[in-house]
Design a protein around this ligand. Structure first.
Ligand code: FES
Length: 370
């Protein structure tokens, strides 16, 4: 099999398959055969919650080209939606770390469709069926737990999440437990999650079972609409005294992540993942000038929002994936002007540069080839 893969990846085969590439031909025979690309077949669909924004876990069998993932990483998922449109979005992987070619799970919350467009998350959460084909990237991201039972440390761990931010930290917890973590490493784990209500709490049964076992994993589920105490440094200090010196991973809505980051006051023990780009531009000044989208001939007064938000406000529909600066799907050519990275606050004025429009806000006049 390794020999076949090597042949399929060879330059000679690539030349024969040009211009479409060998994967286009393999796909015709079996969608799960690929030499370069990564695809996946949905093999199981499991509802987690119902309601207006239901959550569903999909088990995916990837092609042998999948290189596996580390707990906490994400993957880009592309689906051919009705109307021959391929939509792409980034999702955290929710299962324990996977080996090459091994199955994994994605847990997806349905967002609302817009008037003209089916939301990819709603499609996956409510319409995906076993047998559906997904186009995938390799796993990516640095929000990972490098310490594991294979590389034991004597330090306690703290996992904090809110809403959909539970998926990457659940992957970490599942990895620890699958790999034989049982508390004897003298490394207690505190798992603290904020959901609005028990109805919106996913993985409730599994977490209850984890909490019951004698494994040194302390599970705290806070339901804010039921009067649960919202995050505060004092509340966290009661759960984990000395939390600033505890290896901590936090993922969730910007308000929660910002509050936790403020409580850690720059401690390098904290690792952060937003699941949404910050809504406000880091270090933003007053918005001035004109934003022009040259290919479409559209333009408007610069509102100071990201180029993506300004383009969409004008009715443009540039291709997007994660919408938070990770996947590069939205990369477009800025032909002139200055943009500020809304995550880092960095400015760049180089003409003819490729920028991620979902996290770039114009500073003054700015033109983009869209
Ligand atoms: S949409 Fe992913 S980087 Fe912009």
């Amino acid at each position: 099999m390794r020999l076949v893969s090597a042949v399929l990846r060879s330059r000679a085969v690539a030349a024969l398959a040009s211009p479409h590439g060998v994967d286009r031909y393999l796909e015709q025979v079996n969608p799960l055969w690929a030499a370069h690309e990564v695809r996946g077949r949905v093999v199981e669909v499991r509802p987690e919650t119902t309601g207006v924004h239901p959550v569903t876990t999909l088990t995916v069998q990837p092609t042998s080209t999948w290189r596996g993932h580390r707990a906490g990483q994400h993957v880009q998922v592309g689906v051919d939606l009705p109307g021959a449109r391929r939509a792409t979005r980034c999702f955290s992987l929710s299962s324990a770390a996977s080996a090459p070619g091994e199955r994994f799970t994605l847990t997806v919350r349905a967002h609302d469709d817009t008037d003209e467009r089916t939301s990819l998350s709603r499609h996956l959460a409510t319409r995906a069926r076993p047998g559906d084909l997904l186009h995938l990237s390799q796993a990516g991201g640095d929000f990972t737990m490098h310490a594991s039972p294979a590389t034991p440390t004597p330090h306690p761990l703290l996992l904090v999440s809110g809403g959909s931010g539970i998926t990457p930290v659940m992957s970490m917890l599942r990895t620890l437990l699958r790999d034989g973590y049982d508390g004897r490493a003298n490394r207690p784990v505190t798992f603290l999650h904020y959901a609005r209500s028990p109805q919106e709490q996913i993985y409730a049964e599994e977490l209850a079972a984890v909490a019951r076992f004698d494994n040194h994993v302390d599970v705290h589920l806070v339901h804010t609409a039921r009067g649960g105490t919202r995050f505060s440094p004092a509340a966290l200090a009661r759960l984990v005294p000395g939390f600033r010196d505890t290896d901590t991973w936090v993922c969730g809505p910007t308000a929660l992540v910002d509050a936790v980051a403020a409580a850690y006051d720059g401690s390098a023990r904290l690792r952060v993942e937003h699941f949404k780009a910050p809504a406000t531009a880091a270090g933003a000044g007053p918005a001035q000038g004109e934003t022009s989208f040259t290919r479409s001939g559209l333009g408007a007064t610069n509102t100071g929002e990201t180029l993506l938000a300004q383009a969409e406000a004008l009715g443009l529909r540039p291709e997007t994936g994660c919408r938070m600066g990770i996947c590069f799907t939205c990369t477009s050519r800025k032909t002139s002007g200055t943009v500020r990275d809304v995550v880092t606050g960095e400015e760049s004025s180089r003409p003819d540069e490729d920028v991620r429009i979902c996290v770039s806000a114009p500073v003054g006049d700015c033109s983009v080839d869209l």
